[in-house]
Ligand binder design. Structure first.
Ligand code: HEM
Length: 487
């Protein structure tokens, strides 16, 4: 019998579908009056955009484009998510069966490898002050322009009486993300096209692109088919998803300087092309999004833009373990989703439980000419990293700790198919984009030179991506919002 369809009216819209956005504001709050909060939630819930609502909005956007109407469809969509501390504050004591969530990201930061200071047993990450405080929840509003988002956020703040004597929540902080301008609008700040590879979700994504793996909905949604922790979770958790938020600053001039100073030397490549190749081998894709596994030595912007082709690849020669001629093991996309390094023969490990759905947005200004000249960051910019999964332990936390930060991976790790055998003499090194040197570990990657995959390249002491805040949240279903979070 076919699986019953997902109830898209019950699932928040950012999880499946994703809120359409040119700009997005994350409003982090504490609940200050529980009774009033629950009463206010009754008014707030109708504002929450569902996955069904997103499907409709996307149709409207398509129609707008089809009719070649000018500008963007005016839009502002709201979602809400709660931390473990938030649940506690609301008297919700059920165990959601995810230890990263229960611990909270501030306490998890040491294990993630975030920079910080240790005093006795207490680790304090070097985060911005508001993220060192307790955060109960986040309301986020995405839209076509600042005016639409401001208006919507003001409406929401009004519902909760923010700033008045009858307030039920207080602001901890807010951060705003904006997609980059013009030609680079879908690119992250290092310049690479982002948002290409997300898993397709069975019973939601009807027509996955070639190479886009389909996963059972329970890897993203709690208590759906595929959620291995379903039995341990309360009924109301069904159709909710864990939201990982990371406030990630990117050192763009420093990254560019590193590429410029270390061009890959190959016959026929100019110095500039050698630098571009190094960047591509660090990410696993060219700036256009074209995968280096398919086009290893030269960018192919048509391929990068073609959703029918830009995800349709596996790594290396499946018969030769240790092949990083086309794409280094340490490349960001190979570290965070190793495809046939683990899936398929010979290992046949199942890694569907490591898949996450990414919904980030950029923040901060473009690099100024002064910064470019100084090769130094003067203005904060980066990625408001957001991802969803039915477990943070198995998803974000695991990818960061056991894959991105682990210089040996994909070697030695224990998988569903047993331990991973060594690769003849190759130490991949860590993910140069997000890997963090836990306890002063090695800062090297191998395989950047296609002609000599065993040469190591040493990264500068200063990471290119610096975490400055974050928290783990749970985005409940609409029915859970009504029964557990409202009165
Ligand atoms: C893919 C950049 C942080 C996990 C990508 C891609 C880029 C990118 C350019 C390729 C486009 C695509 O496949 O959609 C960045 C930057 C980051 C960052 C600049 C930090 C500022 C993270 C973090 C994680 C992560 C924190 C999780 C721990 C992934 C995954 C993919 C990906 C899973 C898709 C790989 C695939 O399916 O092939 N990232 N990323 N990224 N990133 Fe990141």
């Amino acid at each position: 019998t076919p699986a019953p369809p997902l109830d898209l009216n019950n699932i928040q819209g950012d999880i499946l579908g994703g809120l359409p956005k040119k700009t997005e504001t994350y409003f982090f709050f504490d609940v200050t009056n529980v009774d009033r909060f629950k009463a206010n939630m009754t008014q707030f819930i109708p504002h929450v955009k569902t996955s069904a609502g997103i499907v409709k909005d996307r149709e409207a956007i398509k129609e707008h484009k089809r009719q070649k109407r000018p500008g963007l469809v005016p839009m502002a969509a709201v979602n809400v998510s709660f931390s473990h501390l938030g649940l506690q504050k609301l008297g919700i004591t059920d165990d959601l069966s995810d230890s990263s969530f229960t611990t909270g990201q501030r306490k998890d930061a040491e294990v993630l490898g975030d920079p910080g200071t240790k005093n006795g047993d207490t680790f304090t990450p070097a985060w911005e002050a508001p993220f060192l405080k307790d955060i109960h929840g986040v309301i986020f509003v995405a839209g076509d322009c600042h005016a639409s988002v401001h208006k919507k956020l003001d409406e929401i703040k009004h519902i909760f009486g923010v700033g008045t004597s009858h307030a039920s929540i207080s602001e901890v902080t807010h951060v705003r993300g904006d997609v980059r301008p013009g030609q680079v609008s879908a690119h992250e700040h290092f310049g690479f096209l982002d948002g290409i590879s997300n898993p397709a979700v069975d019973q939601f994504d009807q027509n996955p692109f070639p190479g886009q793996d389909s996963i059972r909905p329970g890897f993203i949604l709690a208590k759906e088919n595929g959620d291995s922790r379903a039995a341990a979770r309360p009924d109301w958790a069904k159709d909710g998803s864990f939201l990982t938020f990371r406030y990630l600053f990117q050192m763009v001039p420093e990254f560019d300087d590193f590429l410029e100073s270390n061009p890959i030397v190959l016959p026929g490549l100019s110095r500039k092309e050698g630098s571009e190749l190094l960047g591509a081998r660090i990410v696993g894709r060219w700036k256009s999004g074209a995968p280096i596994e398919i086009t290893p030595l030269k960018d192919d912007p048509k391929l990068g833009a073609d959703a029918q082709r830009n995800n349709n690849f596996d790594f290396g020669d499946s018969l030769v373990r240790g092949d990083q001629t086309k794409c280094p093991f340490a490349a960001h996309i190979r570290k965070t989703y190793p495809r046939n390094d683990l899936e398929g023969p010979p290992l046949n490990a199942d890694i569907d439980n490591r898949r996450i759905i990414r919904r980030g947005i950029q923040f901060g200004p473009e690099v100024t000419s002064q910064e470019h000249h100084d090769k130094k960051t003067h203005h904060g910019r980066g990625l408001l990293f957001v991802c969803y999964s039915s477990s943070i332990d198995d998803g974000f936390h695991f990818i960061q700790q056991s894959w991105a930060n682990a210089p040996n991976f994909p070697v030695n790790a224990v998988t569903s198919a047993g331990p991973i055998p060594p690769l003849d003499g190759v130490i991949p090194g860590f993910d140069a984009i997000i890997g963090q040197k836990v306890g002063g570990g090695i800062r090297q990657i191998s395989g950047t030179n296609p002609n000599d995959p065993t040469t190591n390249i040493t990264l500068p002491d200063q990471d290119f991506v610096i975490p400055r805040g974050g928290e783990y949240f749970f985005s409940p279903s609409i029915s859970a919002l009504k029964t557990k979070f409202a009165a």
